[in-house]
Design a protein around this ligand. Structure first.
Ligand code: NAP
Length: 256
């Protein structure tokens, strides 16, 4: 008996990294999972990798979360082909790091579009189902970078925006049985942080070791760390928690 038996979850950007970690955990705990990502083949491959001991139905769908029509079509497919929707994890993300004087219009617009507009479009599409059934769970990915990070004016603005977004949705949707929270990860080993290592000219090993040295628990995080927090926030045990941002960062925020 899993915490998500009979539940249907959508995880955006779940073809790899943190999103795939979250999708895997939800499936292990009994949920049917729709994997949304830009590339249809990668999304399908990720969905096929999820366990289905409970007879679940997983689905990979190509979706650009920053595109309204694409989001509406994807959510409609989940509802009709998987049979409903109970949980939404807004995880899809990109970075376009640059110091302010070098940051292009596109660097700014793309990051805001994927993180903020994407979370807005997905949540708006899902809330229709959630409010009608008087049940829903939304988790959005923020970041410790929301607190400020050199070279990430676009990303920090988006990730702090997410925190205001979840607080507001929590107020609006709480009366309809919908919990809305954010997770703010610290350094998580993924393609995203590996790409940053390459950009700053460090090996992945050295980059991760440096990040581990900057937090009290002296290790980097892994997608499983975020998946455990997301599973808790989407479980019935967390039904009295809403509008919060949970930092999952090995204590990095305490010492930065
Ligand atoms: P990742 O490995 O780069 O994976 C991100 C996924 O999102 C990719 O599969 C990517 O697809 C997909 N994606 C990008 N744009 C999309 C769009 N418009 N529509 C749908 N999917 C899209 O990143 P991650 O490290 O797992 O990060 C996941 C989330 O956690 C992000 O929101 C990130 O900001 C946040 N976060 C990460 C860290 C960290 O240390 N890794 C720390 C704090 C917060 P493609 O492969 O096709 O590009």
């Amino acid at each position: 008996m899993g915490r998500f038996d009979g539940r249907i979850a959508v995880v955006t950007g779940a073809a790899r990294g943190i999103g795939l970690g979250v999708a895997t955990r939800f499936a292990e705990e009994g949920a049917s999972v729709a994997v949304l990502d830009l590339d249809e083949d990668q999304a399908a491959k990720a969905a096929a990798s999820l366990g289905s001991d409970n007879g679940q139905k997983h689905l990979g769908i190509s979706c650009d979360v920053s595109d309204s029509a694409s989001v509406q079509a994807a959510v409609a497919r989940v509802v009709s082909e998987v049979g409903g929707l109970h949980i939404l994890v807004n995880n899809a993300g990109i970075t376009r790091d640059n110091l302010l004087f070098k940051m292009s219009d596109d660097d700014w617009d793309q990051v805001i579009a994927v993180h903020l507009r994407g979370a807005f479009l997905m949540s708006r599409a899902a809330q229709k189902v959630f409010v009608e059934q008087k049940f829903g769970k939304v988790v959005c990915l923020s970041s410790v970078s929301a607190l400020g990070n050199r070279g990430q004016a676009n990303y920090a603005a988006a990730k702090m925006g997410i925190q205001g977004f979840v607080r507001t949705l929590a107020i609006e949707l709480g009366p309809y049985g919908v919990n809305v929270n954010a997770i703010a990860p610290g350094f998580i080993a993924s393609d995203m942080t590996d790409a940053t290592a390459a950009r700053v000219g460090m090996s992945v090993e050295d980059f991760r070791a440096a990040a581990a040295g900057r937090n009290p628990v002296r290790r980097v995080g892994f997608p499983e760390d975020i998946a455990a927090a997301a599973a808790f926030l989407c479980s019935n045990e967390a039904s009295y928690i809403t509008g919060q941002t949970l930092y999952v960062d090995g204590g990095a925020k305490l010492v930065s």
